[in-house]
Design a protein around this ligand. Sequence first.
Ligand SMILES: *Cc1c(COP(=O)(O)O)cnc(C)c1O
Length: 345
Amino acid sequence: MATATLTIDLDALISNWRTLNDHSASETAAVVKADGYGLGADRVARALMRAGVRRFFVAVAEEGAALRNAIGEDAEINVFSGHMAGDTDMIGDLGLTPMLNSMDQIVRHVEALPGHPFGVQLDTGMNRLGLEATEWEAVRDLLLSQNPTLVMSHLACADDPSHPMNGQQLTAFRAMTDGIAAPRSLAATGGILLGPDYHFDLTRPGVGLYGGFPFTDAAPVANLSIPVIQIRDVAEGETVGYSNTWTAARHSRIATISAGYADGLIRAMGHDVSAFSGTESAPVIGRISMDLIGIDITDLSEEPNSVELLNATQTVDTLADAAGTIGYEILTSLGHRYARRYKGA
Ligand SMILES: *Cc1c(COP(=O)(O)O)cnc(C)c1O
């Protein structure tokens, strides 16, 4: 078959969670939004549950509903986008916990599902989601009297430890929440690495679990193996691929592999990426096509049946750097055509 195989190492995932949990001065949850950052939320969450995780976060209620089916009743599922119109049945019937972000959401939640658990998201400067300080001031006592499961905020610059925004947001969060009885949460992966001042009662790592920056000590979780469809000889001076962007400087052996930008191997990665055959590597050449990529295998000692584009050497962050993006985008773009295989756990 020509389908590429994405192997997800659940033992590496769990080991990353354990390492972040060891760094955390508090309980460590897991963020599995966007289908577990592209790696499969159901399998990822079940593996993490076996490792002891009892609190998950997703972006939207529909993700929470699917996750509930996958993991059963024994874990809390929190929804970052809160309680939107149309979400009430899912939140109520499937026991999801919305992080309420606005006055509208607070009213909707207490009217539609009085007594149903909720958390509160506060804005401490990112200006993306959550109540502003003045709104919080107005409803704080009322909300706290209902025992929210969590009061949380999110850091805008935590991947840069030297950024002054981190301290500013910490100060703002403390000013809004010091002295409350409800559990508090500020840190995602980057925030965990900023140190215990940022940990409060619960941390919410996502990308670090999946092996991405800023958790530079992470074990690699994703391995992508792509079949070679065809190998050909190309004479010096011949070109390969769309727009003739690569010209053979010598007689070359070119392998065409079965994946492309439709599988999340975005075109902008261009030539700064290699294909691995065992411990040897061969350069990607020419334009990345929708379903195909050219590889110059002239210098490999053996002709490969398949090559790896993601492995312990070339990680999601290597691909991201080559494409001018971030590991998060590489992970969440990983194609639906890949056969996902899970090993370990
Ligand atoms: C995505 C997200 C997280 C997880 O962030 P990572 O950087 O992937 O660890 C945590 N909290 C919120 C609010 C998020 O949106």
